[in-house]
Write a protein that binds this ligand. Structure first.
Ligand SMILES: [Zn+2]
Length: 563
């Protein structure tokens, strides 16, 4: 049905639709279960657009992951964070498929990566096998699904990238069978007065608009009275069949009096531009309400390449006495469209709701570098750290400084340098720079220590302080006891934790030989697998050393027996 629909459009326009640019029958499903999605491509996430689809795995782990086509393993990465255990397969047709948050790889790939882990004596590794070294056939099992890395529940994160540009593309453009019979849902609509004199419904500030559902399924607002340059934004989501997950929408189009003013979609984007999401959404609104409004206009510092059409950057200049019909079309990848019509009348009215004109002593120019001395620490913002000029709120304190609030996004890292000259060398050892979280708990911020000063680089505003970690990590056996016979055991499991600065390194040996411990920070667990075959003696002396981020270290020793 979908192909037919797009086929007709293409025939009429002689332009390739997104679906037609990508092969629709080259790739099979990466799993053997129905594709039910917990996340769509381009979905709005923290500081990034989602670069693949999240396939639900029925709450389970260990389900087979299948090669979507013949290919060669191009990259294997094992990390505590991000993609966790991830596999990249290059296919002859110029695309690379990516499978992430895996529990483990197929035996051949698992053996390849274990060899490297033992050689480098590290769980976290990255490998780029030679072309053809690890070949896979379409339909073969290449891995097993899991929950590793930055995953908050079992699922497969699946991507299809252009092998040359490495740009991720929308996997749903390749003919996968993910049913979606319903239009995207609308949660809220907002109008933005953008120029200095602009007023919308007697407000000089962003204002929410009400709408009602029409018999044809579209939405209509009351007539908006406005003057000056204005823009619109909405908050919405898309839901596929078979799941309640609120996923991202595919495309947004804004038409004014029949002319396209802005249009973007999530066919593809580049990782380099992904953080510009903070200029696509209303970041101040997100900071306050944790809701992402997608703007239908483009801000000056927005460098996103996802726009297909722009007129006046999607901004509408409303003139007195004229009327405008603004239509916003929000669609999913299946072509279901939610339409929203906003009649606008050019009427000059005074603003009853005034602009916030809160000022502070410090004004930041986005395109210039900015330095601030806050006593306990100095803050340096390089040029182009921000998307806007603004009055910044800065607070001085003893050993603590506070930098603005979550209404403004930083695009680049800035530097915070604490003066630690009043501390002795010994005192400095256990100190680190911490950011206080919402519960005022110190969170370790990677600290570079030089004579007399500690420096950290960050993109997060908030309160920063010098914190002290004097307690060494804790290590506890989870599935075994001292002097126990473990002949029938397939693995050793221990719990490692640290109270403040966090775990930096962990190392384990059996009878003096380094062993691979797989660390899962979410469960604070390290696991050794007896299949690794390090043992040839009955008596085994296990030694585990764990250090935190300021260098406090704990050694755990235990003896067990095994035949
Ligand atoms: Zn994902």
């Amino acid at each position: 049905m979908r192909l037919y629909f797009f086929g007709v459009i293409c025939f009429a326009s002689l332009l390739l639709t997104a679906q037609e640019k990508y092969p629709s029958d080259a790739f099979r499903s990466p799993m053997e279960i129905p594709l039910v999605l917990a996340g769509t491509f381009g979905e709005l996430r923290s500081n990034h657009f989602h670069s693949g689809i999240d396939i639900k795995t029925q709450g389970r782990q260990g389900l087979p992951i299948i090669a979507i086509a013949d290919g060669t393993v191009a990259r294997i990465k094992v990390s505590h964070w991000g993609y966790g255990k991830a596999l990249y397969i290059a296919h002859p047709n110029g695309y690379t498929s990516v499978y992430a948050h895996l529990r483990k790889f197929s035996p051949e790939i698992e053996a390849y990566i274990k060899k490297l882990q033992y050689k480098k004596q590290s769980y976290e590794v990255e490998a780029f096998p030679d072309f053809g070294e690890l070949k896979v056939a379409k339909g073969s099992t290449i891995a097993y699904s899991g929950n590793t890395g930055g995953s908050s529940g079992p699922h497969l994160h699946f991507e299809i990238r252009n092998s040359v540009t490495e740009k991720p593309t929308n996997p749903l453009l390749y003919g996968y069978d993910v049913r979606d019979a319903t239009n995207p849902s609308l949660i809220g609509l907002f109008a933005y007065p953008l120029s200095n004199e602009a007023v919308v419904n007697q407000s000089a500030k962003k204002i929410q608009l009400n709408y009602t559902k029409q018999p044809d399924g579209s939405f209509l607002t009351d007539t908006v009275k406005a003057i000056g340059v204005i823009g619109f934004g909405f908050n919405g989501f898309d839901r596929q069949d078979m799941a309640a997950n609120k996923n991202g929408v595919y495309a947004v189009k804004q038409v004014v009096n029949g002319k396209v003013y802005s249009e973007y979609d999530f066919e593809t984007f580049s990782f380099r531009e992904t953080r510009y999401i903070n200029t696509l959404i209303d970041y101040a609104h997100f900071g306050k309400f944790r809701q992402r409004i997608q703007k239908c206009f483009k801000e000056p510092y927005n460098r996103l390449g996802i726009y297909k059409n722009l007129h006046n950057n999607g901004k509408i200049t409303v003139k007195e006495g004229l009327s405008y019909s603004v239509e916003i079309q929000i669609s999913d990848v299946e072509g279901n469209i939610t339409k929203l019509v906003i009649p606008v009348e050019g009427v000059r009215e005074t603003a009853k709701i005034k602009k916030d004109d809160k000022t502070t002593n410090d004004f930041v120019l986005a395109d210039k570098p900015n330095n601030f001395d806050l006593g306990a620490a100095k803050v340096y913002f390089p040029a182009n750290t921000f998307y806007q000029d603004f009055y910044i709120e800065l607070e001085k304190g003893t050993d603590t400084i506070s930098i603005h609030n979550n209404s403004v996004a930083a695009h680049r890292n800035f530097t915070i340098s604490f003066d630690v000259s009043k501390y002795t060398y010994d005192q400095r050892k256990q100190l680190f720079i911490a950011r206080l979280n919402d519960k005022k708990m110190p969170i370790h911020s990677r600290t570079f220590k030089r004579d007399g000063s500690f420096t950290t680089r960050t993109r997060s505003f908030g309160t920063y302080t010098l914190a002290k970690d004097s307690v060494a990590p804790k290590i506890k056996a989870k599935n075994f006891k001292e002097k126990q016979w473990l002949s029938n055991y397939s693995y050793l499991s221990l719990e490692i934790s640290d109270d403040l600065s966090g775990i930096s390194t962990y190392n384990a040996t059996l009878n003096g030989e380094w062993i691979l411990m797989e660390y899962e920070p979410k469960t604070k667990t390290i696991i050794y697998n007896f299949d690794d075959n390090i043992l040839n003696q009955t008596q085994c002396d296990l030694k585990v050393v764990v250090s935190d981020n300021v260098g406090n270290s704990t050694t755990f020793k235990s003896t067990f027996f095994r035949k």
